[in-house]
Design a protein around this ligand. Structure first.
Ligand code: XMP
Length: 517
């Protein structure tokens, strides 16, 4: 493992990904981690990340200088370099010329860290401070026109520092530089693969669970599906999955889940048909937040009751449920500030972390806690989940309730389902599903006039939404080709009786949001 000490860099997750992509397992740790704790991880190397602080600020995050006595190679990036250099006797100052963006690196010593890199290459810089004076124990490796120590090495400790960011794609040889650190300097093997993770995680789960029982709420989304398949592999029939049909699902969604998990994986799957309860709760409700509140409340009711029923069944067969499995991903852990104490700057509560399990008296199992979304997908593939699940776009918990604007009726839901099915068919048929982050139809609470055959119509308006996004915090409307939009519009108007007009949403987020409610 190569732990990364997180000093709050916006790129810290990217560093972890780059290391993992190289086949080396990596995790983020907080700056307050002790040298003993680090040692216990048995690290091959340690990376110190960048960060927004200045080393000479009061309370600037730092690390224990004993870290350099571990005998483990350390790579400091940007602020991480400055912290380490300062601890090892160098002087850091606000640079006269700040460097943001591309800079030209000139390599003076290509012995190890910069081995095989062209003597002149561009790198991505983002710093106001820099090392201005180095003691004798250091050796400069590279410079840029305004940064005399753009890469350095310590002569006794296995410490390397780079002022630039090797983890971003704007540093074209960044991948090779990280590779030199991991493989030549740390002597990592680079044989960490998803199949290893699967094996290790299955063993870990078996040890934790013992002869107890686990329940898992299945939503049909990627994360909970991967968790269910993984748990099934680890503990077989000690797993029961719960899928709540809230009457707000898309067409065919429940069937896909049943086919995949009950028929194919032979998992004990309980499908709870609670549509009546949810739709009754929602009758006449127009306010989106109130819709969400009622749906959330009902979901917890249904889930609790089902869990209690399963618990009493299981107890009769002499085992006990002790665990609830959830598909929490690594970014959720970091965002909620639970990964470690400290560093993470913007702390927000994620709906997956905390809450329900304590109330139910279960312990939590979160097998995906260490993974990024694309790694969870890869794991899903290794587990044999179908593409339709592995590559699924996200679908909001409140489902179609927030896509029928205003008050919800069964008729409107049916109309929306039919239109949404056509949209998805066309997006998939035109190879656009993997190129978009989310596509869906919204049923608007207005009617408009149309003409069909010789008659006047007065029917509903459907809005088509398709967005591209990396993290769903920002998004841009997808440039779907006009002829595909034409087919989508034609098919919806011709095939869905009750919709006579289709509009395309061309708003980005921000200032709009992805969903309309
Ligand atoms: P917005 O509309 O806020 O959506 O731009 C960002 C992402 O979150 C999803 N979303 C939700 N997911 N419960 C969820 O589980 C919700 O209440 C909810 N609202 C929005 C949305 O589909 C998009 O992926």
């Amino acid at each position: 493992v190569v732990p990364i000490v997180d000093f709050g860099s916006q790129y810290v997750q990217l560093i972890a990904r780059r290391v993992r992509e190289a086949g080396v397992y990596s995790m983020l740790v907080g700056p307050n981690i002790t040298v003993e704790q680090l040692k216990a991880l048995n690290p091959r190397g340690i990376i110190l990340s960048g960060g927004p602080s200045s080393v000479y600020e009061e309370n600037a995050p730092t690390c224990d200088p004993k870290l350099f006595d571990l005998g483990v190679p350390v790579l400091g990036i940007c602020y991480g370099m400055q912290v380490a250099c300062q601890l090892l006797g160098a002087q850091i100052k606000n640079a006269t010329a700040r460097e943001y963006g591309r800079a030209q690196l000139r390599i003076e010593n290509d012995a190890d860290l910069l081995h095989g890199i062209p003597a002149n290459t561009s790198v991505w810089m983002s710093h106001g401070d820099q090392v201005v004076a180095l003691p004798e124990d250091f050796e400069p490796l590279a410079t840029t026109p305004t940064c005399p120590y753009a890469a350095v090495r310590h002569k006794q400790h296995k410490f390397y520092g780079v002022q630039f960011h090797p983890e971003v794609t704007h540093t074209p040889h960044g991948h090779d530089i990280l590779g030199n650190f991991l493989f030549n300097i740390c002597q990592c093997k680079g044989n960490w693969h998803m199949a290893d993770f699967l094996e290790a995680e299955s063993n870990r789960i078996r040890n934790i669970v013992g002869d107890k029982h686990v329940i898992c709420g299945l939503s049909g989304g990627v994360d909970s599906s991967v968790v269910a398949a993984l748990l099934h592999k680890a503990i077989g029939d000690q797993l029961t999955c719960i899928f709540v049909d809230n009457g707000l699902l898309r067409k065919g969604e429940r069937e896909l889940v049943e086919q995949t998990f009950r028929d194919h994986f032979e998992i004990d799957l309980r499908v709870i048909d609670a549509a009546d309860d949810f739709l009754n709760d929602l009758e006449g409700i127009e306010d989106p937040q109130e819709k969400r509140r009622r749906i959330g409340h009902r979901f917890i009711e249904v889930f609790k009751q089902t869990a209690a029923e399963i618990k009493s069944e299981i107890q009769n067969s002499k085992s006990d449920i002790q665990f609830l499995a959830q598909g929490t991903l690594y970014p959720d852990v970091i965002e909620s500030g639970q990964g470690y104490s400290g560093a993470a700057a913007n702390i927000k509560l994620h709906h997956n972390v905390g809450g329900l399990p304590e109330e139910l008296g279960f312990d939590l199992i979160e097998p995906l806690r260490a993974l990024f979304k694309d790694e969870a997908r890869k794991l899903g593939e290794v587990l044999g989940l179908p593409d339709a699940i592995v590559w699924r776009h996200p679908f909001p918990g409140p489902g179609l309730a927030v896509r029928v604007l205003g008050a919800i009726t069964r008729d409107k839901l049916d109309l929306l389902r039919d239109a949404d099915e056509i949209l998805l068919e066309e997006i998939v048929a035109n190879n656009l599903y993997r190129r978009t982050a989310q596509v869906f139809v919204v049923l608007l609470p207005v009617k408009s006039v149309g003409v069909m055959g010789d008659g006047r119509t007065y029917d509903s308006v459907a809005a088509v939404r398709a967005v591209e996004s990396q993290d769903f915090m920002t998004a841009d409307w997808a440039r779907i080709p006009y002829d595909v939009l034409a087919t989508i519009s034609n098919r919806i108007i011709n095939e869905v009786r009750g919709i006579n007009r289709v509009v395309y949403d061309i708003s980005s987020k921000p200032p709009a949001t992805i969903e309309w409610e």
